[in-house]
Design a protein around this ligand. Structure first.
Ligand SMILES: Nc1ncnc2c1ncn2[C@@H]1O[C@H](COP(=O)(O)OP(=O)(O)OP(=O)(O)O)[C@@H](O)[C@H]1O
Length: 260
């Protein structure tokens, strides 16, 4: 479990996070949602330790991040997997090379064991006959699977995903969500996902933290979201659903007219 207590963050005197407190549960897909510019990425970066909040505490299973020594922080980093927005694969490395990267950098395993682990992860995310392919030779959905295989290569306790569905069509987005959810449950990972995709919210939102203009406005799940009395959350849900409908309509129009 990760606990954020009273997190506040400023940039050049401009406050972007206001006293945010939230817990992210072990073995669950925890979502951070909110409009563009609301502070989701800054909050996630504070959780990972890529940004230092001016105020507040972050606890990793009872361990206070701020009070950790350099060695303890290094050890914690090896427990964290990150799925960056846009996959961020190395273009000049094959699928296998990408998944081997964290193993070569941080794992005490022998080369043969690293290869075995990489092959296991590639297979676990549903990729076959892809080891020797380069990122430019595979689809966006497959690239995302490679990025997930790379993120779980070191068997992380914590998995952070920034907009995992960006750039994917709705059907592929659902498959990626299902994969993240399956992995989370199977390995008991504390998974935290930044998203504004309503399909994800309703599909895998076991815990949902809604950020509005830097404030934590509401915490709930996919069952309680439609009972929320937060006006800003209701506006967000309405706008997101409208966006999904427009997107679906445009895709249907595109499919119907692409051969005309
Ligand atoms: N390094 C920085 N320096 C100054 N301001 C920043 C910095 N990073 C983020 N901000 C500001 O913090 C606010 C929150 O940004 P953030 O990227 O967290 O939003 P977001 O909710 O993740 O948006 P999106 O969904 O578009 O990614 C924005 O006003 C942004 O301009």
């Amino acid at each position: 479990m990760i606990e954020a207590k009273n997190i506040s963050k400023w940039f050049d005197g401009q406050r972007v996070l206001y006293d945010i407190s939230a817990t992210f549960d072990t073995g669950k897909t925890n979502l951070i949602i909110g409009q563009s510019g609301s502070g989701k990425t800054v909050f996630m970066k504070c959780l990972i330790g890529l940004l230092t909040p001016e105020e507040g505490t972050i606890m990793y299973d009872g361990r206070n991040f701020r009070e950790m020594s350099v060695q303890q922080k290094r050890a914690l980093r090896s427990e964290i997997g990150v799925l960056f927005q846009g996959s961020a694969l190395f273009d000049n490395e094959t699928v296998l090379g990408n998944v081997m990267f964290p193993l070569k950098m941080f794992s005490p395993l022998s080369h043969a064991e690293q290869l075995e682990r990489a092959h296991f992860c590639i297979q676990r995310v549903g990729l076959t006959n892809a080891d020797e392919k380069y990122p430019s030779e595979i689809s966006g959905g497959m690239q995302k699977r490679v990025a997930i295989a790379r993120a779980i290569a070191l068997n992380p306790k914590y998995l952070f995903c920034d907009e995992p569905n960006s750039g994917l069509d709705p059907r592929t987005s659902i498959l990626i969500d299902e994969l993240l959810s399956d992995i989370t449950h199977e390995y008991g990972i504390t998974t935290i996902i930044n998203t504004h995709d309503m399909n994800s919210v309703l599909g895998i939102g076991e815990k949902i933290v809604f950020i509005n203009k830097g404030h934590c406005d509401w915490i709930g799940n996919d069952k309680t979201i439609f009972r929320s009395t937060s006006q800003s959350l209701n506006d967000f849900v309405f706008a997101s659903q409208l966006f999904q409908e427009v997107k679906k309509f445009l895709e249907r129009e595109y499919e119907a007219n692409k051969n005309v």
